[in-house]
Ligand binder design. Structure first.
Ligand code: SME
Length: 154
């Protein structure tokens, strides 16, 4: 197991321990983004956008500089993840048409969908990095695993 996978294993285990027995979604999301953000030095913004209405995301718990409050499904990387219900990995945000730059320093991004126990989309998990091409298959696999851990509580 390489260093990144090992760190994910430790971090996800820590998150599961911290949220054990908790089914309040905001509390679970806040705990998850806190642990993720402080564990990975290339995570420069870590947060959830919740499905607030059909076709509309609203900001949820996050770590990092302020994020935009609302994102429609037809905008940005988060909108693409919500619209397609698939994880988006953007190696260079300057090449993503319609990227929403909450920070001018963001260079790469990953956004994973969160589904509830009935497979309804309830949120997306957005991670920005100031480093180019920061995210890979290991990030996708582990962030999707975390999204399943969280979503199954709803
Ligand atoms: N970059 C995201 C918007 C959210 S801010 O990064 C926190 C997007 O393009 O959807």
């Amino acid at each position: 197991m390489n260093d990144k996978s090992e760190l994910y294993a430790q971090t996800l285990k820590s998150i599961e321990r911290l949220i054990d027995g908790e089914n309040d979604l905001i509390a679970v999301m806040a705990t998850a983004v806190c642990e993720l953000h402080h564990a990975f030095d290339y995570f420069d913004w870590t947060g959830f956008y919740r499905v607030a209405a059909p076709g509309l995301l609203k900001i949820g718990p996050y770590q990092g500089g302020h994020g935009c409050l609302r994102i429609s499904f037809d905008r940005g990387v988060c909108g693409a993840a919500a619209r397609t219900q698939t994880t988006q990995i953007v190696s260079d945000v300057r090449n993503f048409p319609g990227h929403i730059a909450c920070s001018s320093t963001t260079r790469s991004e990953i956004v994973a969908p969160v589904f509830d126990s009935k497979k309804n989309l309830i949120a997306v998990l957005d991670v920005d990095s100031d480093s180019l091409n920061a995210f890979d298959a290991a990030d996708q696999e582990n962030l999707e695993k975390l999204c399943r851990i969280i979503g199954e509580r709803v």
